[in-house]
Write a protein that binds this ligand. Sequence first.
Ligand code: NDP
Length: 331
Amino acid sequence: MNKGILLKSRPVGRPQISDFEFITEDMPIAETGEIILKTIYVSVDPYLRGRMSDAKSYIPPFQLEKPVQSGIVAEVLESKNNKFLKGDFVAGSLDWKTFQKSNGAGLLKIKPSEVPLSAYQGILGMTGLTAYFGLTEIGKPKSGETIVVSGAAGAVGMVVGQIGKIFGCRVVGIVGSDEKVELLKTKFKFDDAINYKTTPNIYKSIAKSCPDGIDIYFDNVGGEISDAVLSLINKFARVIICGAIANYNDTELPVGPRVQSKLLVKSALMQGFIVSDFSNKIPQAIVQLTNWFQEGKIINQETIVEGFENIPQAFIDLFDGKNQGKMMVKI
Ligand code: NDP
């Protein structure tokens, strides 16, 4: 039998296991033009939280009683589509199911011989591309500048910091544990890192780690961390709004400090973006990220949870910072 996970109810506040429903169903059968896919890796991502609510956004919400979808790496088990062969590997946005059929639209063929398959979920996938485009297209880093990145030990953040080092910048990461502070400083060669959960004064800690101020802020979290960073930006700073996980489970949006005068007096730019804004540049970006990865200039980090039944919990664990690097589930 095939297994699937449906969205049973729209989470209110923090998502719960009871918001998901596990089902079994008949195995899919391929018609002409279709392929049968066996799921290997399922990506869990903070942005899925937004799709679980019915608020209008850049991507349609998930429907109740329908499968949740995310980035999936899968193997082609059977093909009645001449673009795919049995044994091919693909990556794309697919249903949380152990097996499914597809007409192949939107699937990217990937080669396990070049890099590990799991890398297509993170460093060479959506989160690596998000880091690359946000930093290079909006941040436009210059050697000697200071970059602060929040959510720095996560899938996007760890790549941002490492690309910042390639550009010759001072890089400071903000994370939620001492273990992550160590990881950033030793494995990823960040210049400094701050544990926002234990520092008595986040503003003073960031100021100490950034003696020349902040030229680029890559914001993955929003909330009070970002309030502190914005008070320390330099003239012509670029503030890249990538995510706001600190607010994703809020039922009412808290009012923070007003940012207009901070941006005004520093002639600073603040810009949000969605990775798909740069979709026409994805092929070149993947080549660049693959080169850096193969040259050892960016190092990968993954948290891989085993077992289809653990997908919802792995997703919920993102909100407790249980991952280092890209969180995914191996089936
Ligand atoms: P991560 O791998 O960074 O996982 C989430 C991390 O967020 C956790 O590990 C945790 O780390 C941190 N976190 C959780 N709750 C809070 C909180 N209340 N305050 C501060 N930090 C918190 O996820 P991704 O790298 O996949 O995504 C990072 C951000 O980028 C998200 O906001 C996501 O929505 C966004 N994003 C945006 C895209 C775009 O196109 N704009 C595309 C992809 C992602 P810690 O232990 O440090 O607290």
